[in-house]
Design a protein around this ligand. Sequence first.
Ligand code: PLP
Length: 436
Amino acid sequence: QQSASERKLNLSRSRALFQEAQQVMPGGVNSPVRAFRGVGGEPVFLERAEGAYLYDVDGNRYLDFVQSWGPMILGFGYPSVLEAVTEASKRGFTFGAPTQAETELARLVIESVPSVEMIRFVNSGTEATMSALRVARAYTGRSKIVKFTGCYHGHADMLLVQAGSGVATLGLPDSPGVPSETTANTLSVPYNDKEAIKQVFQTYANEIAAVIVEPVAANMGLVLPVPGFLELLRELTTKHGALLIFDEVMTGFRVALGGMQERVQITPDLTCFGKIIGGGLPVGAYGGRREIMQVVAPLGPMYQAGTLSGNPLAMASGIATLKELRKPGQYELLEQKSQLLGEGIARVLHDTNTDAQITRIGAMFCLYFTREPVHNYADAKRASTERFASYFWEMLERGYYLPPSQFESCFLSLAQEEAQLQEMVQSIETVLRQQA
Ligand code: PLP
């Protein structure tokens, strides 16, 4: 890839701010992938955003395909969301006491996702998955959990086993600081591998509390479930008395109003949410069947709490976002835009004979620099990170802000217009022809 000095983009102020940031924060960031190590070079410091565009501290403008890693599905500064958050902030930032907004957001989620009968709000996706697994263990009285290699469920100790996302980018199979005792009950199985999961249930039949899965794996690029895979998980968990947890932190309210479970018509026992349900403010949630959720304190014995849980600003942002998404036609519109882009990219890959493929579902997509089909983490790792890095910088220079890693998904928003997406397809073609 190009060195910073060869790039036409002026990123001088970003570079200066990054120098300063590195003095006081590990790697200069508060979440590893933001440091751009997946593509080499240094991160862009952002100043503001509006609609579909991000503006950096050097005055460059980018069409945004990161959307803060998923939440900003309406685009930035959406009027009804902005107004709801502004009004809520005037009433008080946080009380640590019940507010009506919590029930309202709970109802919106429950009405949109039928498998959820009761819900608990937390502050991040990490908290949601961690707590859902605690519920599963409390409810079943069992200890073992099954996850899939390359699936990322946040950074809780027991889940940092062959996780994707930043861990994949850094090539760390695991993290120091996680004692082996903590992960001793975590079984990791290749994604989409039906035989492997059958085997695990044969071996540990009555010890498995839950299977947790990203119903679309979006932390190793974007890997779709093969037909029958999610169905098999439902069948095996039901048969053996384990719970099925869909981690829809990424896919919830993204691939459909009812998430991936709506698309595949599978009813998980528990679901984890985050990202979109907070409309850009810090929120997570876990919910599911009433009978299971009744183990949560103070109704039941399983302890889980949070000073800022159900925060009024976050609830207001989430309510306004979900209300917008529940209007008729929104997901059809999003699909229309996504299809236009997806088909455009596929055409360009074909015309330029590039060793790459696009995977897509709804408003999520990934350009993998490999022709081999990608069904799991091992497949994903065959993609060329060098080619990706070069593509990333060329696109940034042309005003497209993509996730700075081959192992992350791109997101579209309702704010993006068809003309912008058509232009993007042309830019991709130019870049790929240059690289050929
Ligand atoms: N689960 C999935 C599927 C995710 O993609 C993420 C984050 O990207 C998480 C959990 C963790 O969420 P958070 O970063 O809010 O802790």
